[in-house]
Design a binder for this molecule. Sequence first.
Ligand code: AMP
Ligand code: MG
Length: 426
Amino acid sequence: MTQLSEDCFAHGGALMRLDEALSLVAERIQPIPGIESIPLTTAYGRILACDLIASNDVPPHANSAVDGYAVYYDDLLPGRETVLTLVGRIAAGRPFARRVRRGKVLRVLTGAIMPVGESDDGPDTVFMQEDCEVNGTRVTFPSGIERGANCRLQGEDVTAGKKLFATGRRLRAADLGLAAAIGREVLAVRTRLRVALFSTGDEVQEPGTDLEPGQIYDSNRVALGALLTSLGCAVSDFGILADDLQKTADGIAEAAKNHDLIISSGGVSVGEEDHVRAVLESQGNVDIWRLAIKPGRPLILGTVRTAACPVPYLGLPGNPAAVIVTFLKFARPLILRLAGASEQSPRVYPVRAGFSHKKKKERREYIQCVLTVGADGSFTASKAGRQGAGILSVVSAADGLVELPEEMEYVRCGSMVDFLPFSEVE
Ligand code: AMP
Ligand code: MG
């Protein structure tokens, strides 16, 4: 008699390690070629398509960092107070029309361009107004200030000619600010990745409808749509494909038109209603089928032939928690690569395990955990609830994933483990 499988992950056949699968992605997936110029105001999260070089200094001129009084440092008496004569005022954006002689001071407001001197560089040091005593045009300065205090130098933030960002940078808010600071109003970015998204399964129904016995609502598509959108993809919703070979084939062929990537969930396991693999084998090819990870083993990566060029196809598991884990650990780097982003892997952080756990060798395992801070400031990761590929509420309650490597067999409570916060990848 055949033996019962030890668990639902015991299906025979070779499973690919996650590292190996990601190396295949790095080898075989080339970024989409499209580039477009877009206004800076719409470039948040977009991927830069060429290096960004600073065309001017930031700040473009030396200016005061505070509201106060600009003096020549060399006019100050060492070790005692100095009294100097006030001759004018400069506000931000309104340069002083005259040159300033030695022995004179100017009232300066924050951001005001530093005044020019008569025969030299001009006042070079700014006292904060709180430190000065003003009596008509007589201003008394305390001793002890450093040369150049409270004065921002031209180009101290960015020097003209400096490479601000390399191509492939996913633009953050501060990046856009910097691009504006060098005067750019338009940036060349990669076109958005056009992703066709669908769910599979006769039991899977749209939220908002009434369920018949045996049916469930589609939770994967809305979650995947959100994850794809947050990565800057243009998502086309292809709905739910029935468990039928011909319908699956037709749906995939349709989705392959005008898209850079197709993503689905479900229908990629070993049941006789799992048709995606058969369709890929006849309409394209399969590069990866089944990963050695938990949750998330049933996963397929291949391509679909089209009249133009082959379109990558990523079939994620059907179980909702496995969908999130495989998206973050596998789909995300694949999508970023295809979209032209050159990002480092997300950082994982060492934390203490707040649980003991036995695991299978040769399989990478992800535990959905919440973090707590101890009295000494160190973090402990505890299971967010009962772990299961189909249990989405625990993913939702978790702060991130503890990643247990393939070779590990047992996690001892209190030992150090790697923690990937969802905030690094969502
Ligand atoms: P499958 O791989 O198609 O056999 O699906 C595995 C499990 O995930 C089954 O229990 C499905 O009912 C469930 N599932 C598949 N697709 C979805 C979906 N879009 N939303 C929620 N659950 C799903
Ligand atoms: Mg199914």
